[in-house]
Design a protein around this ligand. Sequence first.
Ligand SMILES: [Mg+2]
Ligand SMILES: [Zn+2]
Length: 181
Amino acid sequence: MRRAVFLDRDGTLTAETGKYITHPDALQILPGVLPALRLLTEAGFRLFLFTNQAGVGKGHLTLEMLTAIHAHLQTQIEAAGGHLEAIYFCPHHPNVGCECRKPKSGLLLQAAQERDVDLSTSIVIGDSIRDIVAGHSVGAMTLLVQTGHTTAFDPHDFPPPHPDQIFPSLLEASEWLISQS
Ligand SMILES: [Mg+2]
Ligand SMILES: [Zn+2]
């Protein structure tokens, strides 16, 4: 079975601006991300987005606008030769206590069920320790990229689980992953 890679959005594929992205024009794809996604796709990985988008639950943007933002992202990824198989997002307000907001693993479990993904052989890539915790809890390999929330990961700053590997950006993480497979 082809291995799945779960990618965080903000700070991993796109710039972490510290503000909610409420329009496709505000989305800034980070340098090296489009080539990285093409390399992963060509290497046979199944790519999924998994992202917290509490801006919806907080009323900063509608589901329709989030869909438009993700369609815009998909278009650019496809134009560059990459392919996202599906996009999973948590639209809920953090206070709701849902099971899908990272660091919980609901989005990963949903994908596993709907898309026949083996999480134990999957890889989770994100810029936040939340991504790492979510991936670790389902037995996935976890890769931290230092392009968003964490620009210089110090294990003393966080209780375990810690990422299995740490990279400067998604391109280095992807090249390493491909070299291992
Ligand atoms: Mg992030
Ligand atoms: Zn949720």
